[in-house]
Ligand binder design. Structure first.
Ligand SMILES: Cc1cc2nc3c(=O)[nH]c(=O)nc-3n(C[C@H](O)[C@H](O)[C@H](O)COP(=O)(O)O)c2cc1C
Length: 172
């Protein structure tokens, strides 16, 4: 079994694309480190087999969870994630949805904190322009922010740097 389970939900393919770009970055180190799953066909038990998790979530419908995450998250309730190391990446559109940029990352983090998971991979907000975000704590997001509408040209660099950070923080 791979060491890290990467679970993503994606309605129009952007988060799926980034999920596999992140896997490729890990593959440069060790191709057996990361296994990718679509949250739409995952059970909590499958997810909780992993002690290291990367979760990919886009924000939809003005501040809401993506549909498959909306179905999955209530099923996680009641499970214990003590000792699980989790890093989140979120997809959003800062120009189109500047008052709800990456909100789903904040909603997902709240659930993870309630289940006692450890959240890593916090990412500086300084290279983004937005008004409000549930994903923000002071000058960081609770995970990597990716904007394929407005900043796709810097996505590869962000992924490369974030994966380096996760390797360090997960102590892989
Ligand atoms: C109807 C609609 C609502 C959206 N709402 C938000 C939002 O509230 N916040 C945000 O950051 N992005 C929002 N987005 C942008 C999506 O998160 C972005 O397009 C993302 O890349 C989609 O990922 P996916 O293709 O993996 O589903 C919205 C997009 C659409 C079309």
């Amino acid at each position: 079994m791979a060491k890290i389970g990467l679970f993503y939900g994606s309605s129009t393919g952007n988060t799926e694309y980034v999920a596999y770009e992140i896997k490729s970055e890990f593959d440069k180190r060790d191709a057996s480190l990361v296994e990718v799953f679509n949250i739409g066909s995952t059970t909590p038990e499958q997810m909780l087999q992993f002690n290291y998790l990367i979760l990919g979530i886009p924000t939809w419908n003005t501040g809401q969870l993506q549909d498959d995450w909306e179905v999955f998250l209530p099923k996680l309730a009641g499970h214990d994630m003590t000792g699980k190391k989790v890093a989140i990446f979120g997809l959003g559109d800062q120009n189109g949805y500047g008052f709800n940029f990456l909100d789903a990352v904040g909603t997902l983090s709240d659930v993870l904190f309630d289940l006692n998971a450890e959240v890593y991979g916090l990412w500086p907000t300084e290279s983004y322009q937005f008004n409000e975000s549930l994903a923000q704590i002071e000058n960081h997001f609770l995970g990597l922010g990716v904007d394929q509408e407005g900043q796709s040209q810097i996505t590869p660099k962000r992924i490369e740097q974030w994966v380096k950070q996760i390797v360090r923080e997960f102590e892989l």
